[in-house]
Design a protein around this ligand. Structure first.
Ligand code: ADP
Ligand code: MG
Length: 305
């Protein structure tokens, strides 16, 4: 089977800064594939290259078996791209935006409606509202509808959920799930690590490099060390003490707790005793399940070594 997207040694620099460094990825048809990484990781650069809008310095990228540089013209009709700060026309209405994007691709909205209906349904209730007057979640749905208007086979979504409220984020991921069921291959980037679990497979990227790729489950299963949660009323004191202990490989803030990655020699009861001796009387330590953020921290630490 031909990969929907394949990159080999993809590299792109801006001056002396390598935005993408030797990126090789294979994405199969029908995958919902996540690019997970912090600001500056290279997610948008990769999206722009796949969307045929930016040329790589080295390496190759094919989408649907076509080369993004040589065959860009053929590809543009087959790719839907929603850039990071999506470009709706704020002073045009909902329907005017949709019609505009339809006219760019020479398609009829009615032909595309079956595909976009689940995304557009709520927006259809106020077709004459200015795009600029929509809520963040609604803007995002309109932008997705516009990106889908020409019924693309590949959908590239660059941080579509950034700055959108939690409910709209969750709805948005539900929609991506249903688009995937229609056979569309989706590449979506996010800096929200928790969104990784909504993807079939992910690539963890940082500083232009793919640190790991696989299913979210497989990546978290392969975390090295034993993970624990730790809490105390003096969280800063707790962090300072734990960081000095040799059987603790890594200790970092994780939501309202600390995560400890430990060697086999780590003993919670013994550690609590030692913390008491150091003046931290109310520490609690219990086993934790690794999440993508833990994996990310481990991978970036490995990378710095
Ligand atoms: P992300 O989308 O993951 O935040 P980007 O692909 O936007 O990452 O950026 C990767 C790196 O390349 C960052 O360090 C960014 O500052 C740099 N960069 C991106 N675009 C440009 C540009 N047009 N000119 C110079 N540097 C850029
Ligand atoms: Mg970006």
């Amino acid at each position: 089977m031909t990969a929907a997207i394949a990159t080999e040694g993809l590299t792109k620099s801006y001056g002396s800064l390598k935005a993408l460094d030797n990126v090789s990825l294979n994405i199969e048809p029908g995958e919902l594939f996540g690019l997970i990484g912090p600001d500056g990781a290279g997610k948008s650069t990769l999206h722009r290259i796949l969307a045929t809008l930016l040329k790589p310095d080295a390496g190759i990228a094919t989408v649907l078996g076509l080369d993004v540089v040589r065959d860009y013209h053929q590809l543009r009709d087959r790719i839907g791209y929603m850039p990071e700060r999506f470009s709706l026309y704020q002073d045009m209405t909902v329907m005017e935006n949709l019609r505009f994007f339809a006219s760019l691709f020479g398609v009829n909205i009615s032909d595309s409606y079956p595909l976009i209906a689940p995304v557009f349904r709520q927006l259809a209730k106020f077709p004459d509202r200015m795009a600029g007057k929509l809520s963040g979640g609604m803007k995002q749905k309109l932008a997705l509808s516009c990106a889908l208007i020409h019924r693309p086979e590949i959908l590239l979504l660059d941080e579509p959920t950034t700055g959108v409220d939690a409910v709209s984020r969750s709805e948005f991921w539900d929609m991506l799930g249903s688009l995937r069921e229609k056979g569309i291959t989706i590449i979506v980037s996010t800096s929200y690590m928790d969104e990784a679990t909504r993807c079939g497979r992910i690539a963890v990227i940082d500083k232009g490099r793919v640190l790991a790729a696989g299913t979210p489950d497989a990546l978290t299963r392969h975390m090295r060390g034993r993970l624990y949660d730790a809490v105390a009323s003096d969280m800063f004191g707790l962090l300072t003490c734990l960081r000095k202990m040799p059987e603790i490989i890594d200790c970092y803030t994780f939501g309202s707790t600390l995560h400890l990655n430990t060697t086999d020699r780590f003993d919670p009861a013994w550690t609590i005793g030692r913390l008491k001796a150091e003046g931290i009387a109310d520490a609690r330590i219990f086993p934790a399940t690794p999440e993508i953020e833990d994996i990310f921290i481990q991978l970036t630490r490995d990378d710095e070594k």
